[in-house]
Design a protein around this ligand. Structure first.
Ligand code: GLC
Length: 476
């Protein structure tokens, strides 16, 4: 039995802005179910969590955190969800904010969080064997463990694992914040220094005992300077402690036969009939002509470059003009340019393209349950959860073969293929593959249905990957 503490800036069911929060929500409960490890999670106590869950949390205690010259209050709250204990780091100055990220002082907020996690261990009376931190917002817990707590006998034996969910976000700050904010001096500074500034993700990569990322292919791709956004040398230097473990999806949340958000629930047996009704409901919701003789393609994504939005905005006009039996819905928000471009295209093709600029989990579930095809042409993709959810809900994925997309979806022309795949990052190549999917949908409905059904039957559960994490913990 090992004690494992997950450190992260988001976790379902409390708070999430993307895939990482879903993973940190689902993995601990699976680990608890599949082993005798004591797995707990620690998160910031954001305003949104307080508003929704505040009444049900238990106050554990409080302490003071020293951050360079600052001394700050830190309260700890606690909740139990699915057999997992969650702790929340409370400080209203840092976390009683409108948003989770994107505040002017994110560096300071997550420095406080990283320090507070370690200072809170005596308070929660839980010194873990393994501290498992996720992404740059949790990086400082791994770094401080070596720098500021390295001499303390209670902390010395704690091993650390750092998981990169997306290297696009690294936590970069200017060098003059090293001492004044983060409290680094001497050799501590060298740990976080990169490219003339501070890079927190780099610091955690250097300090952790094991480094993981969320798919085997992404683990390989990270050696490349472009994919790793400049961190290639650091990744290569730490390669022997790195591995890639493919994420799963939370099938308690994503279960088409029980999903409370769906217009019509379905199983493999009832999929064809019920999905058709869901498709009609989606068409109606988006104001598209309600027709079953069109193919409905969906995208659910952050509207940012690395999700392949350049390909989409390049290709869409030509595709919609030439394929009149195609409808498309895009759900997401992000960069203004992409939002604007998609809205313009939607104005030009009102009967074919509709967008929902924003994020709405319930609507996302409904879209998965009614779309025929699901497009995910990412430029880079650490793992990607949407393609797995889509396949599980019977929306056949069209993906670019990178990162976890490549590891989870094979082309239907191969054995066990459950989607349409392409590699070249080129709008024409993407369009050709969308057309390939459209042709199969219309010309060979039985073959299409076979691909869909195989996707729905594929095992995307966490149980499939949890054993790789258990092996990692056991070998530490
Ligand atoms: C990030 C990545 C995504 C991955 C998720 C969970 O959101 O962009 O590819 O699936 O983290 O690990």
């Amino acid at each position: 039995m090992k004690r494992i503490l997950f450190v992260a800036s988001e976790a379902m069911p409390f708070i999430t802005t993307g895939g990482m929060g879903e993973v940190v929500g689902a993995l601990p409960k699976t680990l608890v179910a599949e082993s005798d490890h004591d797995v707990r999670v620690i998160l910031p106590y954001y305003r949104a969590v307080k508003e929704k869950f505040g009444d049900s949390l238990e106050f554990v205690g409080s302490t003071q955190i020293q951050l360079s010259w600052r001394k700050q209050y830190c309260g700890i709250f606690k909740a139990v969800s699915n057999g997992v204990i969650y702790y929340f780091v409370d400080n209203e100055y840092y976390f009683d904010r409108e948003s989770v990220y994107g505040e002017f002082d994110d560096g300071e907020r997550f420095a406080f969080f990283g320090k507070a996690v370690l200072e809170a261990l005596p308070l929660i009376d839980f010194f873990p064997d393994i501290l498992h931190a996720h992404d740059w917002q949790a990086a400082l817990s791994v770094i401080y463990l070596r720098t500021h707590f390295g001499e303390d006998a209670r902390y010395k034996t704690i091993k650390s694992i750092f998981t990169i969910h997306n290297i696009e976000y690294q936590g970069r700050y200017s060098m003059d914040m090293a001492g004044d904010l983060f409290g680094f001096e001497g050799w501590h500074t060298q740990i976080v220094e990169y490219d003339g500034g501070i890079n927190l993700l780099k610091g955690a990569v250097e300090c952790c005992d094991r480094l993981t990322t969320v798919s085997p292919t992404y683990a390989n791709e990270l050696h490349d300077d472009v994919v790793s956004r400049g961190l290639g040398p650091i990744i290569r230097r730490n390669a022997e402690k790195m591995c890639g473990i493919l994420n799963g999806i939370d099938t308690d949340v994503y279960n088409p036969s029980t999903d409370p958000f769906l217009h019509k629930n379905f199983t493999l047996k009832t999929a064809t009939v019920q999905r058709r009704k869901n498709k009609a409901e989606i068409q109606e919701f988006f104001g598209l002509p309600v027709r079953n003789d069109v193919v409905l393609i969906a995208m659910i994504t952050r509207l940012v470059r690395h999700k392949g939005l350049d390909l989409v905005t390049d290709a869409l006009h030509g595709l919609l003009e030439s394929e009149k039996n195609v409808q498309m819905v895009v759900l997401g928000k992000g960069d203004y340019n992409y939002e604007h471009c998609l809205c313009n295209l939607s104005d030009a093709f009102p009967e074919q393209l509709r967008t929902y600029i924003g994020f709405d989990a319930g609507l996302a579930h409904r879209v998965y349950s009614g779309a025929d095809l699901f497009l995910m042409p990412s430029e880079s993709e650490p793992c990607g959860l949407a393609q797995m959810i889509a396949a599980h809900y019977g929306a056949v994925p069209i993906i670019r073969q990178v990162g976890g997309l490549r590891d989870s979806i094979k082309d239907c022309f191969e054995k066990d293929g459950i989607g349409f795949t392409f590699y070249e990052y080129n709008p024409q190549v993407m369009s050709d593959n969308i057309r390939r999917a459209i042709r199969l949908y219309f010309d060979q409905p039985d073959a299409f249905k076979k691909v869909r059904n195989l996707g729905m039957q594929t095992d995307f559960t966490w149980a499939r990957s949890a054993h790789s994490y258990l092996e990692l913990y056991n070998n530490l």
